[in-house]
Design a protein around this ligand. Structure first.
Ligand code: SF4
Ligand code: SF4
Length: 179
């Protein structure tokens, strides 16, 4: 495989600085509303807060790759005297939980670093985090060229996993007749 230069975008999370305000969820869901900024609903956000105020747990987590099956991992972590489940840190849109799924369609959500068009100076959640719990860095790396699935392929794949190929094909055929 050939090597290509790639801009790597990194959001660093300092959980000690997060106070659970949820501004990151609000701006992300509003930016991704259709039309943009027409509504906000944290369930549509690509960053979610694992939030347990009684235990002073505030953990921002970014939506990552779609996973068609849940994993077997159920370890627990104790950090600074607070206990976390393995799933708390997981970025996958997976069948074992509700987060990182578009609430109406069930399609998987993934952080897109706020797309490139229009270009954002910094990801919006970073801009809106006034506590500096989220900070942004960019660097260049040489990586192997990869074949990337676009959002539509990932979404269709998740529907096929859930309902089966035949049902998805029947639905598309029925919809195309209506148009
Ligand atoms: S905006 Fe910052 S402080 Fe507020 S919940 Fe998100 S990460 Fe935490
Ligand atoms: S970087 Fe942009 S798309 Fe990703 S979680 Fe933050 S606001 Fe949402």
């Amino acid at each position: 495989m050939s090597k290509v230069k790639k801009k790597v975008k990194v959001i660093k999370i300092d959980i000690d600085k997060c106070n659970g305000c949820r501004a990151c969820e609000v701006v992300c869901s509003a930016f991704h509303a259709n039309p943009k900024y027409s509504s906000n609903n944290p369930a549509r956000s690509r960053i979610r807060l694992i939030r347990e105020p009684l235990r002073d747990v505030y953990l921002p987590v970014y939506a990552g790759e779609y996973a068609k099956a849940e994993c077997a991992g159920r370890d627990k972590y104790v950090l600074d005297g607070k206990e976390y489940e393995e799933c708390d840190f997981c970025r996958a849109s997976c069948p074992s939980r509700d987060i990182f799924k578009e609430p109406d369609s069930g399609l998987p959500l993934k952080c897109d670093m706020c797309e490139d068009d229009p270009p954002q100076e910094k990801p919006l959640c970073v801009q809106w985090c006034i506590n500096d719990a989220l900070t942004y860095e960019e660097r260049e790396e040489e990586v192997e060229e990869e074949v990337k699935l676009d959002d539509m392929e990932v979404g269709l794949g998740s529907m096929v996993d859930k309902y089966g190929l035949q049902k998805v094909m029947d639905t598309v055929a029925r919809m195309s007749k209506k148009e």
